[in-house]
Design a protein around this ligand. Structure first.
Ligand code: COA
Length: 261
């Protein structure tokens, strides 16, 4: 697919998706969402890509939300439901992808931008970033999973504070409440995100995939069922060549060469 609104690049075994509508602070219009979905499919099916980074072009924004022009044009409740559900399927694709996805939050991550970051596995923010769910100021609520992923990350009270006030918070505050996992100087953001991506990319791909799945599935169900689920995923990794390679390499005191089989 020819991309008009995003850039898709590869560095070694890392895939990088850069939202590229800096003039509108990388707001997510329909075309950008279609391209995001296609880019995720493309990077998912590329076996040389072992970790993905999402970031925004320019110095100001990661993603400043869904495109407010399109929000204004929604004509009915049914259309609104469809709008939200369709966006949610794309964010679920990211969350359930077999590869790890890192959000490198380089500036504003608002509304759909904050929701997108929350659908990623790990959030690394520039010290200048600002995050929030300002939908309430537009007379709407988050629709791409924000009312669900935010309380799961930061707790109900803090989620209600952010969603009911629409307040933006600093990267440091986001770190304090658990909305982001790391804060780094803005100039170092991409290098640090790539360093993290390279580290994950060096691990056994199936172990990464099943660890991610075990955490995602297990944290939504009760502990006993979750541990049984973990055991089944553990069983799956035990059936891989990479388990033999990883354990053998340790015992032979050499670096493991993982193949993803
Ligand atoms: N949708 C569409 N356009 C957007 C946008 C969005 N979510 N966010 C920013 N833009 C556009 C602005 O309309 C402006 O366009 P213009 O140059 O044609 O006037 C351009 O991006 C730059 O934004 P601007 O508001 O001038 O920058 P700022 O530095 O003064 O403010 C923000 C930055 C992020 C505080 C402000 O743009 C904002 O509040 N954006 C909306 C955030 C939001 O509500 N997101 C949730 C949507 S669900």
């Amino acid at each position: 697919m020819e991309y008009q609104n995003i850039l898709v690049t590869r560095e070694e075994n890392i895939g990088i998706v850069t939202f590229n509508r800096a003039k509108v602070l990388n707001a997510l219009n329909h075309a950008t969402m279609v391209e995001l979905s296609a880019a995720i499919d493309e990077l998912d099916s590329d076996r040389t890509v072992r970790c993905i980074i999402l970031t925004g072009a320019g110095e100001k924004a990661f993603v400043a939300g869904a495109d407010i022009n399109e929000l204004r044009a929604i004509a009915s409740a049914a259309e609104g439901t469809e709008f939200a559900a369709w966006g949610q399927t794309i964010f679920f694709k990211i969350e359930t992808l077999s590869k790890a996805v890192i959000a490198a939050v380089n500036g504003y991550a608002l509304g759909g931008g904050c929701e997108l970051a929350m659908a990623c596995d790990i959030r690394m923010a520039a010290d200048s970033a600002k995050l929030g769910q300002p939908e309430i100021n537009l007379g709407i609520i988050p629709g791409y999973g924000g009312t669900q992923r935010l309380p799961r990350l930061v707790g109900k009270g803090r989620a209600k504070w952010l969603i009911l006030t629409g307040d933006m918070i600093s990267a440091q505050e986001a770190l304090r409440i658990g909305l982001v996992d790391f804060v780094v100087p803005v100039a170092e953001l991409m290098n640090k995100a790539k360093e993290l991506a390279r580290k994950i990319a060096s691990k056994a791909p199936l172990a990464v995939a099943w660890a991610k799945k075990s955490i995602n599935v297990g944290t939504e169900i009760d502990l006993v069922a979750a541990c049984a689920y973990e055991a089944s995923q553990f069983g799956l990794v035990c059936g891989t060549e990479d388990r033999v390679e990883g354990t053998t390499a340790f015992l032979e005191k050499r670096p493991a060469q993982f193949t993803g089989r």
